[in-house]
Design a protein around this ligand. Sequence first.
Ligand code: C5P
Length: 224
Amino acid sequence: MPKIVIAIDGYSSCGKSTTAKEVAARMGYGYIDTGAMYRAVSLFFIREHVSLSNTREVMAALDKIHITFNHNNRTGKNETCLNGLNVEEEIRKMYISNIVSEVSAIPEVRWAMVAQQQKMGRRRGVVMDGRDIGTKVFPDAEVKVFMTADTHTRAKRRQQELLAKGELVNLEDIIKNLEKRDLIDTTRSESPLVQAPDAELLDTSHMTIEEQVDWVIERADRRL
Ligand code: C5P
């Protein structure tokens, strides 16, 4: 059976990655979390004190970054690895969320990540979630979904996720972070977050993960 690309874009904390992961598992496809890649770059930049406004420093740092995804058979979870080391837990923390949109707005960072993402999906058979998958990374994706949800629902979900990892953050701070990231993501010059003309809108405010997964699978089935 031919394999397709499923692009899931949208705002932060709409349930993109949970849905994408489950869709990939049900279809026997690979899952690529492109947000994790920008988060790993942000972590490297912080650790190496890279000045975001210095293009030369940014480019030199990008040359030293190697991002891979590893499936841990013991925990059953996907791990993001930065230069071979598991950084999955670290990149989800709030201090990374606070700078990741500024890092991912740097054109050189985007060019490097988009090239890697295109390489990762070149054989198709992938579910990729992010902000520019259907517009930039795979404009020829067979299924394109653009996810949204109301801000309060998104913030509550994010708060629960952080709490489950032991980080207690108040709702106001999360809302501020989501709104700031949305603003930077939608207004940056290089591949801003925008619904592709051929993407279908999915508002997840009142949907369960199961319903979201079924909705995407139904679209995928029509293309197979
Ligand atoms: O998906 P997640 O919320 O983890 O992504 C973190 C940040 O990475 C987003 O807020 C956005 O600034 C950036 N991002 C991006 N392009 C992508 C994926 C994520 O700019 N394809």
